[in-house]
Design a protein around this ligand. Structure first.
Ligand code: ADP
Ligand code: SF4
Length: 588
């Protein structure tokens, strides 16, 4: 079976010479394999296409996919977004008493799956000629568990509650105060308890537009909990949350699953591991098709994901395996000091920050960890000379390239124009291509207008722009938000390589432990009382830094004996108690 997909967000027929049509061999011999559609974009006939792949290579915007799929999949189509649109194959069945995770790259259909399971989208089963209906969808599933589930969804016998992915948009959709939003959705009468459970009581009287990303995320999660539903969906609940908050949310979702059905999409693998019971991996080709794999236990699913190979399906979805070291890097970093700082002190109205003296070396990547609102960004701004310390000196005149936590797509031009503006023509060197654009997958985004990018695409571009600028220190605030797990691992690699080859230093603020592990040579650890008092210490070596950090969070990690990846110990388990007593929270 062959499918032809047009990635509509890439196709720009007014800016090309319709290469797909002019080079297609059957079109040249008079067959209507590609014709112009009513919307001015090409329509590719899957029946007439001979699968030569010429249009795929000739399209200047990389907007066409011609993919051969196993014939068996044909019968398993669930939904197709129009002619030459994305296709979803198979659906996962949620079960009572467990958290079902969905893990896979961006653009593979995870949100589509949730949209169907929650009854928002009626699946068309690949039939584009007739208006989709639940009756027809249910016929396909006759006699299966899925039939039972979908018929209850269709009959509105199962009530659903859904936390969407992009919480930053919440303020645009709902005007007014956080408390008003929560009151509107509250069906359980537990508003006060739930607000205090997620630490958002202080936001009740504040306008949604004034809340930080982490606060918006927790308001959205609380709103999802407050609805009295039978099945709950959480699309990326951990973005913008610090590790304390991630664990809290994970525990609450786990508790919820004892009486309700729960489905979660999550890219922080340490959190997914802790949170989910079973996981469906999804594979396919971004924007073209996605297939839901059989469920696996969470441990096996994440191990399979890191290995990059699905044995049962015989599918390789990544060339390299992702590996973790169980020992801390033995050698101290040997580079020359790039910046030395005295103990620094900064006072704002209502907030004080104290940091210890420290050194950052050339070529080193310092991970910056700790709760939200304890002064991580303030500290880096002092290093950068953007903010003056109230007391203490920073001994350097450093140029800083900064990627802020929230990225506003203000620039309206294309990605290529943004790179030209920020980094000049040097960005088109082979070094940029292999070390930055390659791992961050930027090449295919170059002709896209910045405002049309998805959250993950915008994040990759922002990281790329930050790394492409000339600077001494690269401050990258929460690069993992909206990247899928695979993109996080690739971004870690791009950041490390850029620092090594430039002999510059990076400071990376992030809350995803796997990402911090893969990206950092040293750790700076913050703690304190959020929004009141912050204390920053380090940089420390990885072992010391992880121990200091995780002691604050009160969690320990064991190692998976197959893949070495860190796994959160169950609180108060034997290992947890032994490791805490020995002071070894992370490395064995
Ligand atoms: P994920 O959640 O895994 O990132 P999505 O389910 O959001 O994936 O999307 C999968 C693909 O489906 C997208 O790349 C996009 O091309 C396509 N798609 C999603 N929603 C629509 C829609 N409403 N109309 C047309 N195509 C869509
Ligand atoms: Fe034409 Fe199909 Fe070849 Fe594309 S892949 S050029 S549509 S025959």
């Amino acid at each position: 079976m062959r499918i032809a997909v047009l990635l509509r967000d890439r196709c720009q027929p007014r800016r090309c010479n319709l290469e797909c049509m002019s080079y297609c061999p059957p079109v040249r011999t008079g067959t209507e394999t590609i014709v112009m559609g009513e919307d001015g974009r090409p329509v590719i006939s899957e029946e007439l296409c001979v699968g030569c792949g010429i249009c795929v290579h000739k399209c200047p915007f990389d907007a066409i996919r011609i993919v051969g799929l196993p014939k068996e999949l044909e019968k398993e189509i669930v939904h197709q977004y129009g002619v030459n649109g994305f296709r979803l194959y198979r659906l996962p069945t949620p079960h009572h008493g467990e958290v079902m995770g969905i893990l896979g790259p961006n653009g593979i259909g995870k949100t589509t799956v949730i949209s169907i399971l929650s009854g928002e989208t009626v699946p068309n089963m690949g039939n584009l000629r007739r208006k989709p209906s639940w009756e027809r969808a249910l016929e396909t599933y006759a006699g299966t568990e899925m039939h039972n589930y979908l018929s209850r969804i269709a009959g509105e016998d199962l009530r659903t509650s859904f936390k969407p992915q992009y919480v930053d948009k919440l303020a645009g959709v709902h005007k007014g105060k956080a408390g008003e939003l929560l009151e509107r959705v509250d069906e359980s009468g537990n508003l006060e308890d739930v607000s205090s459970e997620f630490g958002i009581s202080h936001t009740i009287d504040r306008d949604l537009s004034k809340l930080s990303g982490g606060e918006l995320q927790r308001v959205a999660i609380a709103a999802t909990f407050l609805k009295d539903a039978d099945i709950y969906f959480f699309d990326e609940p951990s973005s913008y949350l610090d590790i304390h908050q991630r664990l809290k949310v994970a525990e609450s979702i786990q508790a919820l699953s004892r009486t309700k059905q729960v489905v979660v999409i999550e890219h922080d693998l340490a959190v997914l591991d802790f949170l989910a019971d079973s996981v469906h991996l999804m594979f396919g080709e971004k924007g073209a098709f996605g297939v839901v794999a059989q469920p696996r236990g969470v441990r096996g699913a994440i191990n399979t994901y890191l290995r990059g190979f699905l044995k049962e399906e015989n599918i390789r979805f990544r060339e390299r395996e992702i590996r973790f070291e169980s020992h801390a890097p033995r050698k101290e970093w040997g580079g020359q000091p790039l910046v030395q700082f005295e103990p620094l002190y900064k006072r704002f109205k209502g907030f004080t920050l104290k940091t210890s003296e420290g050194v950052i070396r050339q070529g080193e990547v310092v991970g910056v960890v700790g709760p939200n609102a304890t002064g991580k960004t303030t500290f880096v701004k002092m290093l950068a000379g953007v903010l003056n310390p109230t007391k203490g000196n920073v001994e350097a005149d450093l140029k800083v390239s900064y990627k802020p936590q929230y990225i506003e797509p203000k620039f309206k031009g294309t990605v290529r124009e943004a790179f030209l503006n920020e980094a000049g023509e040097e960005f088109e060197t082979s070094h940029f291509t292999t070390e930055i654009a390659g791992p961050l997958n930027l090449e295919s985004l170059m002709e896209r207008a910045i405002p049309t990018l998805s959250g993950g695409e915008l994040q990759s571009v922002a990281i790329g722009l930050c790394l492409a600028r000339e600077a001494d220190i690269y401050l990258i605030d929460e690069p993992s938000a909206y990247l899928d797990s695979n993109q996080r691992m690739e971004a870690a690699r791009a950041i490390r390589r850029a620092m090594e080859s430039k002999g510059m230093s990076g400071m990376i603020v992030d809350h995803d432990i796997y990402f911090i592990d893969l990206v950092s040579d040293a750790l700076m650890v913050f703690h304190g009382e959020p929004s009141k008092k912050g204390i920053g210490e380090g940089p420390f070596g990885m072992r010391e830094g992880m121990n200091k950090f995780l002691e604050e969070v009160a969690i320990t990690f064991r190692r998976d004996n197959e893949t070495n990846r860190p796994r959160i110990n169950n609180p108060d388990s034997r290992l947890d108690r032994e490791q805490k007593a020995a002071g070894e929270y992370y490395y064995t």
